[in-house]
Design a protein around this ligand. Sequence first.
Ligand SMILES: Nc1ncnc2c1ncn2[C@@H]1O[C@H](COP(=O)(O)OP(=O)(O)OP(=O)(O)O)[C@@H](O)[C@H]1O
Ligand SMILES: Nc1ncnc2c1ncn2[C@@H]1O[C@H](COP(=O)(O)OP(=O)(O)OP(=O)(O)O)[C@@H](O)[C@H]1O
Ligand SMILES: [Mg+2]
Ligand SMILES: [Mg+2]
Lengths: 244, 244
Amino acid sequence: MVKIISLVNHKGGVGKTTSALNLGKALTLLGKKVLLIDIDPQANLTLCCGIEQPATSIYEVLMEDAEIPICELTDKLHLLPSDLVLASAINKLHTQIGGYFKLKKSIKTISKKYDFVLIDCPPSLDILTMNAFIASQNLLIVVQSHYLSTVGLQTILDTITEIKENLDIEINISGILLTQTAHTNISKAVIDTVKNIYQNKVFATHIRQSVKLVEASAEHKTIFEYDEKSSGAVDYMALAKELV
Amino acid sequence: MVKIISLVNHKGGVGKTTSALNLGKALTLLGKKVLLIDIDPQANLTLCCGIEQPATSIYEVLMEDAEIPICELTDKLHLLPSDLVLASAINKLHTQIGGYFKLKKSIKTISKKYDFVLIDCPPSLDILTMNAFIASQNLLIVVQSHYLSTVGLQTILDTITEIKENLDIEINISGILLTQTAHTNISKAVIDTVKNIYQNKVFATHIRQSVKLVEASAEHKTIFEYDEKSSGAVDYMALAKELV
Ligand SMILES: Nc1ncnc2c1ncn2[C@@H]1O[C@H](COP(=O)(O)OP(=O)(O)OP(=O)(O)O)[C@@H](O)[C@H]1O
Ligand SMILES: Nc1ncnc2c1ncn2[C@@H]1O[C@H](COP(=O)(O)OP(=O)(O)OP(=O)(O)O)[C@@H](O)[C@H]1O
Ligand SMILES: [Mg+2]
Ligand SMILES: [Mg+2]
């Protein structure tokens, strides 16, 4: 049974894209077959996979029911790419019946070929992110260990309740992932606060701040290819083990 | 003559909110009168100013032509607050004639009372950000010294061209601000790349990475109140001097 997980937080820059790529890779190193889906019009995940301006992308899948374009990064790690044009889909989806269910319908068949599907969301709670929520029914909420990125957590939980009440769809939280953790007082304070409020919803694994993760993204590599001994590789592998 | 500047980059987490607040404060310490406008539905700037759930916000200004609610943070630093409800304005603005010009019209009179108006934008190029572009006609593009946040720069420049061609409005770039700079290879590489491409459009001042800026936001203080000797205070003051 495939597990479909959306990586979300409308706060920007918390590590959604970095986590989708590296968690995805770690899961394949544990023998799993993984499909990454980029539903952010900025297409950062697509770029981090070394793909620029794909011929067809998630835009054509959502807007024209096109066949799903798959980029095979490795035999176990595949990508459904995004493109800047996806930004123009936001208004169109609002006018369509079932505009919130497009992604769920599109990936219903193909997702069965994988053990995990990870969906990288944009920094918003717009209809693209709602498509991901509804298609996945599992959320991994990414929280940078800074004050501002914890602020939106309640809004995400309220959105989950709204979906349950209005669409009768149950959305489950896989967990809350703390990223860019450091030995600073603020980081420790944020970790304590999040753990106190969300208790066992918080993954035991934190992703430590590491410049190697930034360097890897600039080289279009996963952290495992860039430096498999770095803290980033160790942390994302530990996270993957919590999920399998 | 008031200078109205929007702080933009659809890449999330680059330092737009942190810059709006601290540049705003620095300008007041140079004797200027400053209005901060929060047009992000996440209302992070409003929160950083210590304001939660304002009675009226920019939502009522845009949707109901309400009188502009002003929070006086100090006698020289004022705020037009945002609220979560602003997210629901996005669709409504698309259906209104002149939906892109709402903010420009709303602040036409009040902006004359200030020397600077700084508009904090959400991490997107949606109609709220377009309202800010059109109301301000000056952009301060905030770029984190990481690879991913430079990627969207070209899209911002393309959007400016689109506004010029379709609405015959000239949008000027005040400058490109490099934030969270550090002595790492990646930070230096990003600074070099941005300076090579955008030349004299890049502010001489960079904002160095500093955990005190994160701590200050958690205490709802500007960096000047939190620690006026920190690198953050020095850097934002230097930036303010480049603008006056
Ligand atoms: N653990 C980490 N340590 C250091 N830097 C990190 C870490 N995780 C991510 N980064 C860097 O922080 C920046 C933000 O991360 P990323 O782009 O993955 O976040 P995001 O939530 O996907 O952003 P957006 O909201 O724009 O989609 C990137 O430049 C990335 O390289
Ligand atoms: N120079 C800096 N040094 C260290 N941390 C910083 C710096 N500037 C901002 N930050 C921190 O980085 C995070 C992102 O900054 P901020 O929220 O201001 O970015 P933003 O572009 O407004 O994000 P969003 O796209 O979500 O609106 C915050 O937690 C902030 O405290
Ligand atoms: Mg991202
Ligand atoms: Mg912000």
